[in-house]
Write a protein that binds this ligand. Structure first.
Ligand code: ZN
Ligand code: ZN
Length: 149
């Protein structure tokens, strides 16, 4: 197993340890908080330059990189690309929500139309149908769709 592993002891009185193993054969161990922090930084820096690690296209910009989205695991991504993507997230979520909302409205429209056709087939007059549909037999398709949040 390659990468950085931290072993947190079950008893808080014992010291946590970590080990780092790379594809290139490099192995390091750390004992205690400050050593582990240093090893974590080393592992990140080593990954950027290690010849044994094949660069892969960044999932955000497509340029080859050895960096991963989340330190020693995750998908290939530059740190800056990942950060830019993170900050764009709320905007993406807003757009997804808007799309969902439109889908819901379309579904209601469809239901109203099906009901209208059904009632027409059953021989109801158009004004009766209108009254049935807008009168609560079905939700008004133009009404605000409730947000689920
Ligand atoms: Zn290496
Ligand atoms: Zn990138």
């Amino acid at each position: 197993m390659f990468g950085l592993r931290v072993y947190v002891p079950e008893r808080s009185s014992s010291t946590p340890v970590a080990d780092f193993t790379c594809r290139c054969g490099e192995k390091r161990r750390a004992r205690g908080g400050s050593e582990i922090a240093a090893l974590t930084a080393h592992a990140g820096a080593h990954r950027e330059t290690c010849a044994a690690i094949e660069p892969r296209p960044c999932e955000h910009c497509g340029v080859a990189t050895r960096l991963l989205s989340n330190g020693q695991n995750g998908y290939p991504a530059h740190r800056e690309c990942r950060e830019a993507w993170e900050t764009r997230k709320p905007e993406i979520r807003r757009r997804e929500k808007a799309a969902e909302r439109i889908k819901k409205i379309e579904k209601q429209w469809y239901k109203s139309r099906m009901l209208r056709e059904q009632l027409t087939r059953d021989g109801y007059a158009p004004d009766v149908i209108d009254a049935l549909i807008s009168g609560g037999a079905l939700p008004d398709p133009e009404a605000e769709v409730e947000e689920d949040e």
